[in-house]
Ligand binder design. Structure first.
Ligand code: NAG
Length: 216
């Protein structure tokens, strides 16, 4: 019994002496360095950031186009309404790309928000204007493919930096809309082209075509 007691006391002494400093942290949580968790490839981030500018450029060009067709001299309110809708869509894309970069743990400095000018500001009629929007939509679509290529490690033969989430985000969120936009505008150009060809009167054709856009 006595030896057991001595053993117990010894054990307690040993335990006490081996215990490290007691930890009691009551301060604010330690700051986690941002660089500890993001995992995007630099080239991929750069491509996504470059695309923010392209989306904004498309948006501002459509906005200028809307102003042009709301103008009394070129009044085509249906066309103006249509391009205005697309202006909002492209701006929303730019915003979503910004949010994506932030979500992945990277910053966008205010200096990276570029000064934006419309890609063109004169359009000789509705056909030319819609043809411009078709070109822009196609370019944007093709750039999505380029971003996906880069983010899936396209330039890296070992594909070390493959980032399927970016691809998934781009194809799921934007590419569908982009394909539909291209399809819709192509159809519109065909329709307008036919009315012009059949009536031989561009102003009348534009007027008729514009009315169909006002209806929805
Ligand atoms: C439409 O735009 C494309 C690209 O800018 C151009 O090559 C083509 O000639 C234009 N089509 C018409 C019918 O104006």
């Amino acid at each position: 019994m006595k030896s057991l007691l001595i053993f117990g006391v010894l054990l307690a002494v040993v335990q006490l002496s081996t215990q490290a400093e007691p930890k009691c942290w009551v301060g604010p949580p330690e700051t986690i360095s941002k660089l500890q968790w993001p995992d995007m490839d630099d080239e991929c981030i750069m491509e996504v950031k470059k695309h923010i500018k392209r989306e904004l450029e498309a948006s501002v060009t459509y906005l200028a186009m809307a102003a042009h067709f709301f103008n009394s001299a070129n009044f085509r309110p249906g066309v103006a309404k249509f391009v205005l809708k697309h202006a909002s869509e492209e701006r929303a894309h730019a915003r979503a790309l910004m949010d994506y970069i932030l979500m992945r743990g990277y910053d966008i400095s205010k200096d990276e928000i570029p000064t934006i000018k419309p890609l063109s500001t004169t359009w000789d009629g509705v056909f030319e204007a819609l043809n411009t929007t078709l070109t822009i939509e196609k370019d944007v679509r093709d750039y999505f493919k380029k971003i996906i290529f880069v983010c899936e490690g396209g330039s890296d033969p070992e594909h070390k930096s493959v980032d399927y989430h970016v691809s998934d985000f781009l194809t799921g969120t934007f590419l569908d809309e982009q394909h539909q936009g291209v399809r819709e505008i192509s159809g519109m150009l065909t329709t307008l082209g036919r009315i012009i060809a059949n009536t031989g009167n561009t102003a009348f054709a534009e007027f008729e075509f514009d009315r169909t856009l006002l209806e929805h």
